[in-house]
Write a protein that binds this ligand. Structure first.
Ligand SMILES: C[S@@+](CC[C@H](N)C(=O)[O-])C[C@H]1O[C@@H](n2cnc3c(N)ncnc32)[C@H](O)[C@@H]1O
Length: 208
């Protein structure tokens, strides 16, 4: 996984462009309304979205790829980028007011997805809130590759994507208080000038 992402960041640089996701503005409003001061961003990439959060909140970002972290430290000077895996959290002693997690959870098979949610929720303080996004089962790439678990496809060697329907997403967060789920569409212009539209789902809520 690390090698795959390092290679992509080396060859494509700012893979998803300079524009942040529209969801980070929704998350920011939700966090501000709830008096959030500290935010954890797992799988932050090169900081496309952390930059929007770090002008208001204190942001720690955990990112697996060394190359992404190098880009991120130039792109967003305010967030603290920690190189490592969310599954081997170097931050056990810290708790956050909020987690924002954009398009990380669908990269794993079921046990790891459940573990990712559990870990993020454990890293929230008592009143902590969260905002996650993921691939939707309505995305055009649904079904590409070999189905290795229900709605999870290996589309390149050792590279999987899970596609969430609404019930499935809710089930991943069943031990939290869910405020809202929904769908959205985002367009990305890649470095080779191709544009790809992604159908995503989002969920936000709080720790129970
Ligand atoms: C689909 S990208 C999303 C990047 C970022 N959230 C954005 O939208 O710009 C997933 C990111 O998660 C990182 N990643 C993958 N596995 C991880 C892990 N176990 N812990 C932390 N980051 C991880 C990858 O290196 C990659 O940067």
């Amino acid at each position: 996984m690390k090698e795959y992402w390092n290679n992509r960041f080396i060859s494509e640089g700012l893979i998803w462009g300079e524009q942040p996701s529209q969801t980070v503005y929704d998350a920011k409003r939700f966090f501000a309304k709830n008096n959030v001061k500290t935010v954890l961003v797992p799988g932050a990439g090169y900081g496309r979205n952390t930059k929007i959060l770090s002008d208001t909140f204190q942001v720690d970002a955990i990112e697996l790829s060394t190359e992404a972290v190098l880009l991120a430290r130039q792109w967003d000077h305010r967030s603290c980028f920690i190189e490592g895996s969310i599954f081997e959290i170097p931050l056990r002693d810290k708790q956050y007011n909020a987690v924002y997690c954009y398009d990380l959870i669908h990269l794993f098979t079921k046990l790891d997805r459940m573990s990712l949610v559990r870990t993020c929720i454990e890293l929230l303080d008592e009143e902590g809130i969260y905002y996650f996004t993921c691939f939707s089962n309505e995305d055009a790439s649904y079904g590409n590759g070999v189905e290795i678990e229900e709605n999870t496809f290996e589309y390149k060697k050792d590279k999987v994507s899970h596609f969430f329907n609404e019930d499935d997403l809710i089930n991943h967060f069943k031990d939290t208080v869910i405020f809202e789920t929904g769908t959205l569409q985002e367009d990305f212009e890649y470095t080779n000038n191709t544009i790809r539209t992604y159908k995503l789902r989002y969920i936000f809520g709080k720790k129970k």
